[in-house]
Design a protein around this ligand. Structure first.
Ligand SMILES: Nc1ncnc2c1ncn2[C@@H]1O[C@H](COP(=O)(O)OP(=O)(O)O)[C@@H](O)[C@H]1O
Ligand SMILES: [Mg+2]
Length: 264
């Protein structure tokens, strides 16, 4: 009997020790977490700013080479202003994410938001033999942190473009309301994703793009999709993917519809 009591006491003590250790680890984690956030945020800021700077640089370069073409120089300057404003917004949004702040959501028209993404990309998709099909109802509104959802759509569109660079194709963006969610689909007819990679693509630093090949066209950090998932999770939504090798890929984002107290 005594030994049973002793065993119980010893078990009880061990459980208490574990509990204390657990609490110490948790508070350590709370102290380390902001540092880890800043670490991943700085990589992601670099990635997002790169998305904006690369095409902006190409435009400026073109304008310098054709300096007498007033219209072109003007367009490049307009793009420069627009992209600088966007870079500032992106920085603010990323730093807010790193601090654990959720920025204020706003009710915005999805079509306008997507329009801005393609203006900022400064890419002529036609030159890469990519046809752009955008099918977003003009009256479709979403309740989101606009700049963050724009970053997600920018990342998905750039991935789609890169998957079609070899032989061209079609990039389609469409959106609709389905029950209590708004669905946004970004589909391409590019290379597709190997079945064994489907589970890994959302992991940070997973990339099949060889950075040694070509700095601009094939540069891969493997941060784009990890970032997309982070943002969509923050919006209490989901992001899924369907793909067939050689045929194309469709990313599907599902976001909660505008809460009724805001919609009315
Ligand atoms: N639309 C797509 N078509 C084919 N593969 C894709 C597509 N989107 C993502 N991938 C795959 O997922 C990987 C991870 O994407 P991402 O996180 O954006 O990183 P990165 O673009 O820097 O490689 C890519 O390297 C690619 O292999
Ligand atoms: Mg990418």
């Amino acid at each position: 009997m005594a030994s049973v009591i002793q065993k119980r006491l010893s078990l009880h003590k061990r459980a208490e020790d574990h509990h204390r250790e657990n609490q110490a680890l948790q508070s350590q984690l709370c102290r380390i977490q902001p540092l880890a956030n800043i670490g991943s945020a700085s990589c992601m800021i670099a990635h997002e700013i790169n998305n904006i700077l690369t095409p902006f640089g190409s435009y400026a370069d073109l304008a310098l080479k054709h300096f007498d073409d007033k219209a072109l120089v003007r367009k490049a300057l307009e793009k420069a202003v627009l992209n600088c404003q966007r870079a500032t917004k992106v920085m603010e949004s990323m730093l807010a994410l790193a601090n654990g702040d959720t920025q204020k959501k706003q009710t915005v028209g999805l079509a306008g938001l997507i329009d801005e993404v393609f203006t900022c990309l400064c890419r002529d998709f036609g030159k890469d033999r990519i046809q752009l099909r955008i099918d977003i109802p003009e009256d479709l509104k979403v309740h989101v942190v606009a700049v963050q959802i724009q970053q997600v759509l920018m990342n998905l569109s750039l991935n789609a473009r890169e998957a079609m660079l070899e032989r061209g194709g079609t990039l389609s963006l469409r959106a609709y309301n389905d029950a209590d969610h708004t669905i946004i689909e970004v589909a391409d007819t590019g290379s597709g994703i190997a079945p064994e990679a489907m589970k890994t693509i959302f992991e940070a630093f997973y990339s099949t793009k060889d950075s040694s090949e070509s700095a601009e066209e094939c540069f891969g950090t493997g941060l784009g999709l990890a970032f997309c998932r982070l943002i969509i999770d923050k919006h209490q939504g989901s992001i899924t993917v369907k793909s067939k090798q050689g045929e194309g890929t469709t990313f599907k984002i599902s976001l909660p519809q505008i809460p009724s107290e805001i919609a009315s």
